[in-house]
Structure formats: structure tokens, C-alpha cells
Design a protein around this ligand. Structure first.
Ligand SMILES: CSC[C@H]1O[C@H](OP(=O)(O)O)[C@H](O)[C@@H]1O
Ligand SMILES: Nc1ncnc2[nH]cnc12
Length: 290
């Protein structure tokens, strides 16, 4: 049997992606976390020499809306499952004429307009302030770009994702406002997910599958669930091919962006003298620093 790599990749599947094709399923993991249950069981699988852990963000039947997702439980469960890099697959609306429905964007920045979501593991008494200056792992994004290109998918490398609260879509005024801010795509889920991944020292990169032009365009239909579903099937088929290409490439570069050391500069507490009860909710995250 071939040797496994030191990477364990988590895939958080968004709208339309409720499983991954072409994998050998090893186990399904029912994981409890200090933050409650994740959106579903985690599926542990193997592709070639790579181990993969899959989780559908909205649950396998898409029964959890974006504002009700337990993002902390999802990311903590990934950490407990040994994941050290997360690929987020997400449906988004385009805020730019040149980003057409059916195309992919490898996001490199986010603006977080969500509210009332639990957005940190460090809720006290252990306090941490990690850097989110570059929320996406550059190595992982480059590897995903290669996989998208190898799969013949029109892909924009770099883009700004506006994370809105939802679940309603934007008003036309909001859509125009986000365009005036220089945003490229819009969705409802990647924050606080990306922030939590950074706190968990897990590399994070988003493959944004564009489904619509939101409601700013004028000549194109305004976004609706129906219009999204029309494009989604092709997007999901492309994503499945892209993931096969990603794993076939054996991309195994160690992260040099600092994602996996994020807490070293960020913790504002003396872990050595902290009470067990304080450590407990962040144990899996700070274990290596104790
Ligand atoms: C069903 S369309 C709107 C929904 O799709 C996106 O979710 P995900 O990022 O999980 O693919 C968007 O953010 C909305 O939550
Ligand atoms: N236009 C849009 N706004 C928010 N989330 C989306 N997901 C897909 N299209 C979207």
C-alpha cells in the first residue's frame, strides 16, 4: 500500500455539493465538540495517497440555512478529525460583468457583513487575536488554480467575497454598494468559517462557483433559487472533476503562509498556568502549545 501524505484535507461542501465522487469511503464519523454537533456526520475517505474528510455545510438534505450553521462545531470537528487544510466549496453571485455564471473564483479576500454568529473559539477566559490579513492560504489556492485549469474550468485567481448575513438575497442598493466597495462575488457562508479555520490553525481556501449576477446587472435575470439551481448542476460536476484533478496532482507542499502557526502570535494568555476548565473548550486548538 502506498504511504499516506502528511496532509489531511477537509472539504466543506456548500449548496449542491453533498458528497464527493471517486473516493474510497473509510468511515463515517459522528463527532461531538465543545460547541455542539457539526452540520452532519463527517465522511472519512481516501483518494490515492490522500485522506479526505467531507462535511456538507448545510447538512446532507440542505436543511440548515446559512445563519443557523454551527460554524464553530464544523471547524472544531475538522480539527478533531485531524484536518490541516480546508477547501471550502461555495455557490456565489457575481458582482462583476466579466465573472460569468458557470465560472469559478479562487477568492483571496473577504469582507464580513454577517452578524449574530458565534465567530470565535476564544470567548474567554483564554483570549486570542489572530491575524486575518490574508485569510486564504496561498499554497492551497495555487494548487486549486492548477486543478481548475487542468479541468478546463474558466477560473479567476483572486477575488473579493462579500459575506452577507442572508438568508434573503441583497437589495439592489446593497448590491450596488458592494460593487462600489470593489467586491467581486457575494455569498452567505464563508465567514465566520474562514476566521475559525485560522484560529484552528487550519489552511483555508475557497472555490467559489458563480451561479448568478445577483440583482445589479440590469440585462440579466435577478438572482433566485430557481436561477441558481439552473447553473448549479454544471458547477457541481465541474467541482467534482476539479477535486479529482486536485488529488491526482498529489499537491503536498507544506504551508509556508503561517496558517498553521497562527496562534503563536495570537494568544493573550499564559496557557501553562490556565485552569483545565479554561483550556477545555479550546483544547484541540492549543494542545500543541501547552
Ligand atoms: C442555495 S443558494 C444560497 C446559498 O448558497 C450559498 O451557500 P454555500 O456557500 O454553502 O454554497 C450561499 O452562501 C447561500 O447560503
Ligand atoms: N446572489 C447571491 N447572493 C448571496 N448568496 C448567493 N449564493 C449564490 N448566489 C448568491
Amino acid at each position: 500500500m502506498s504511504q499516506l501524505t502528511h496532509q489531511r484535507t477537509g472539504i466543506i461542501g456548500g449548496s449542491g455539493l453533498y458528497n464527493i465522487a471517486g473516493v474510497e469511503i473509510i468511515d463515517t464519523l459522528t463527532i461531538d465538540t465543545p460547541y455542539g454537533a457539526p452540520s452532519d456526520e463527517l465522511v472519512l475517505a481516501r483518494i490515492g495517497d490522500q485522506e479526505v474528510v467531507f462535511l456538507p455545510r448545510h447538512g446532507r438534505n440542505h436543511s440548515i440555512p446559512p445563519h443557523k450553521i454551527n460554524y464553530r462545531a464544523n471547524v472544531y470537528a475538522m480539527k478533531l478529525a485531524g484536518v490541516n487544510r480546508i477547501i471550502s466549496i461555495s455557490a456565489v453571485g457575481s458582482l462583476r460583468k466579466h465573472i460569468h455564471p458557470g465560472e469559478f473564483v479562487l477568492v483571496d479576500q473577504f469582507v464580513d457583513r454577517t452578524h449574530s454568529r458565534e465567530n470565535t473559539f476564544f470567548d474567554g477566559p483564554i483570549v486570542a487575536h489572530v491575524s486575518i490579513a490574508d485569510p486564504v492560504c496561498n499554497q492551497l489556492r495555487s494548487a486549486l488554480e492548477q486543478a481548475c485549469l487542468a479541468s478546463g474550468i474558466t477560473t479567476h485567481n483572486g477575488g473579493r467575497y462579500l459575506v452577507m448575513q442572508g438568508p434573503q438575497f441583497s437589495s439592489r442598493a446593497e448590491s450596488e454598494l458592494y460593487r462600489s466597495w470593489g467586491m467581486d462575488v457575494i455569498g452567505m457562508t464563508n465567514m465566520p468559517e474562514a476566521k475559525l479555520a485560522r484560529e484552528a490553525e487550519i489552511c483555508y481556501a475557497t472555490v467559489a462557483m458563480c451561479t448568478d449576477y445577483d440583482c445589479w446587472h440590469g440585462q440579466e435575470e435577478d438572482v433566485s433559487v430557481q436561477s441558481i439551481l439552473e447553473v448549479m448542476q454544471a458547477n457541481v460536476a465541474n467541482t467534482q472533476r476539479m477535486l479529482q484533478a486536485f488529488f491526482a496532482s498529489g499537491h503536498d507542499a507544506a504551508c509556508s503562509s503561517g496558517c498553521r502557526q497562527a496562534l503563536e502570535q495570537g494568544i493573550f494568555a499564559d496557557l501553562k498556568t490556565a485552569d483545565d476548565s479554561a483550556i477545555l473548550p479550546v483544547h484541540a486548538l492549543v494542545e500543541r502549545l501547552l
